[in-house]
Design a protein around this ligand. Structure first.
Ligand code: ADP
Ligand code: ADP
Length: 224
């Protein structure tokens, strides 16, 4: 079977992390979440974390020179041999160019780019209610996907927190950054014939079903 190399694209709060978790369960592919990698680096006070923190706190993107090498190395690891789900990368045209060159050098290519299309007013509601477990990475929403016991992760009872950058002012800044720097990737991947649009306003299970159907079609097209 051919590799399944996927990118999840969409604004903050569109549901990329939620759907990437589903895809990991479906296909056994590693979920490469740039934000999670960066937050772990900040918590561990590594060089990467020290460089990234002030940009993340301000809702800005971490410079390409800081993040690109880290993600390209991750994609080249052994567990991503049969494919990967990239969540939160690329976020700029430069990052997309670097990824394209790296894959080409390894004679690999992207299977598809799934845009989880979700308007700003919807993502603001989603992000303001987002809660996460730092320990398990499981994502919840206080109204749309609440845990069984308030404030505790269903997996292991660990504490659920609100991310520092999920405060409303930072969210608005992140949306501006998305429209300016990341949205050009829609046309970029459309031109390459790789973009597939998913209606992100539907329920998580409907979005999941649409993504699965889209992947099935991509795979058929890949075999032709
Ligand atoms: P969300 O899923 O809500 O969009 P992420 O967890 O993906 O948020 O990202 C959190 C922050 O990490 C971003 O606001 C940005 O500062 C940084 N970040 C994540 N991915 C990238 C990237 N590919 N390039 C630059 N900065 C990034
Ligand atoms: P992203 O990774 O794109 O930033 P998340 O997967 O973290 O987005 O989802 C953002 C918030 O919205 C979370 O609280 C999540 O539980 C919730 N959520 C995700 N998908 C949906 C959906 N289809 N409908 C309603 N809420 C959703």
């Amino acid at each position: 079977m051919a590799e399944l190399n996927l990118i999840l694209l969409g604004p903050p709060g569109a549901g990329k992390g939620t759907q990437a978790t589903n895809l990991t369960a479906d296909f056994g592919l590693p979920h490469i979440a740039t934000g999670d990698i960066l937050r772990a680096a900040v918590a561990g006070e590594t060089d990467l974390g020290k460089e990234a923190k002030r940009f993340m706190d301000a809702g800005d993107l971490v410079p390409d020179s800081v993040i690109t090498g880290v993600i390209l190395e991750r994609v080249a690891e052994d567990d991503a041999r049969d494919g990967f789900v990239l969540d939160g990368f690329p976020r700029t045209v430069d990052q997309a160019d670097s990824l394209g060159k790296e894959l080409e050098a390894r004679e690999r290519r992207l299977t598809g780019v799934l845009l989880i299309d979700t308007p700003d007013d919807v993502v603001i509601k989603r992000i303001s209610g987002r809660r996460v477990s730092r320990k398990t990475g499981r994502i919840y929403h206080v109204d749309f996907d609440p845990p069984t016991h308030e404030g505790r992760c269903d997996v292991d009872g660990s504490e659920l927190i609100q991310r520092d950058d999920d405060r409303e002012e930072t969210v608005r800044k992140r949306l501006v950054v998305y429209h300016e720097q990341t949205e050009p990737l829609i046309a970029y991947y459309e031109d390459l014939g790789l973009l597939r649009r998913i209606d992100g306003t539907r329920s998580p299970s409907e979005v999941h079903a649409h993504i699965r159907a889209t992947i099935a079609t991509l795979r058929l097209e890949d075999e032709l």
